[in-house]
Design a protein around this ligand. Structure first.
Ligand SMILES: [Zn+2]
Length: 349
């Protein structure tokens, strides 16, 4: 797989909190089959199939990614940054980055002192974000300031590496893979005759507080919604399954059970999976999800929310790994779920 749409999504950095470059990729893809494609003032892209249909279903994934923002240019011309979203400092060190300026994207590297020059304490300490700098090769503060402005955004350089067994690795699998799933599902739905109105939203600003989900769910006003995001695969070294459950990469879409998931939505997801020979995994969550599903469930007067998540290794690193088969099966599951919603389907828990 890794089709052209997925490759374009992964090759486009989500910058500035509004991610309009990513939305352009989504717009190009969805224009071919959606009955309407709109962008709201917050930056969310909303593609609809059968928008006048009976029941209103929202499919959500987020288009933003974790990154950095330029805070200060120091007197030697190095760029000092703040985090946008949850970074592991030990992973950020040594990465190749892009600084997104008004004049275009400039490559740079995240650096610290070499190990030879670190004292005993420094070697044992994880650096703070303000200890790091980005080196763009500039020789002075003036040279950097001529190109880079305070508030410019910074992301890792996009990458996509194909691994064995249909697994792929790269930057921002969280949550471009989710965007791929909901938009591919919407395309499948457009080729059938859905009774429901289906809205697929590429939502902004999930990583800084589920903000695009709040505004887009209000605008779409759905009765039922499925949020698609990545979840931790627990089948790699060092993760305790007693604590985090047994989630396998390549094991299929992960359907969440718990208070953030309407039981009737869960039921319909599981029945749909069984009917269409889709292997699913179940995850349990005793609190609201840390993704868009949490915001959507309590939008307006409430919404019957479901969470379909994609097994992901090394989340929030530039080498996140997913299995292509999990994406394909998730898109099928979402499409068949939407097609199964009829006039008399009840979502009262
Ligand atoms: Zn995410």
């Amino acid at each position: 797989m890794a089709d052209e749409f997925l490759e374009s999504l992964l090759a486009t950095p989500g910058t500035s909190g509004f991610e309009q470059d990513v939305q352009e990729v989504v717009r190009d893809f969805s224009r071919g089959f959606a009955h309407s494609v709109d962008t709201d003032v917050h930056g969310n892209l909303i593609a609809a199939v059968n928008p006048e249909g009976g029941r209103r279903i929202l499919l959500d994934a987020h288009c933003d990614q974790i990154g950095l923002i330029v805070r200060h240019i120091d007197d030697k011309g190095f760029i000092r940054v703040s985090a946008v979203g949850g970074w592991d400092m030990q992973i950020l060190l040594g990465q190749k980055m892009l600084v997104h300026t008004t004049g275009g994207s400039i490559p740079g590297v995240i650096a610290r002192k070499p190990i030879h020059l670190l004292n005993e304490t420094e070697r044992k300490t994880v650096p703070k974000i303000h200890d790091l700098w980005i080196d763009i090769g500039s020789a002075s503060a003036d040279e950097t300031s001529a190109l880079v402005d305070i508030g410019d955004s910074v992301t890792p350089q996009p990458s996509l590496t194909k691994l064995m067994n249909g697994r792929i690795s790269g930057v921002a699998m969280d949550d471009r893979t989710g965007i791929w799933v909901i938009m591919t599902a919407l395309k499948m739905i457009s080729e059938q005759s859905p009774k429901a109105a289906v809205f697929a939203v590429s939502a902004v600003q999930e990583e800084i507080g589920l903000r695009g989900a709040q505004t887009s769910a209000y605008n779409v006003n759905p009765e039922v919604a499925i949020a698609v995001d990545v979840t931790h695969a627990t089948d790699c070294p060092g993760i305790d399954q007693n604590q985090f459950g047994n989630i396998r990469i390549g094991g299929g879409p992960v359907v969440v059970r718990g208070a953030n998931a309407n039981p009737r939505v869960v039921d319909l997801l599981l029945k749909t999976a069984a009917r269409h020979d889709i292997d699913v995994q179940i995850n349990a969550l005793g609190r609201p999800a840390s993704n868009d599903g949490a915001a959507i469930q309590v939008s307006r007067g409430g919404c019957a929310a479901g969470l379909v998540t994609l097994p992901n290794r090394y989340m929030h690193s530039p080498v996140e790994v997913v299995a292509e088969s999990d994406l394909e099966q998730s898109a099928r599951l979402l499409a068949q779920f939407c097609l199964a919603v009829g006039e008399d389907t009840s979502f009262i828990p």
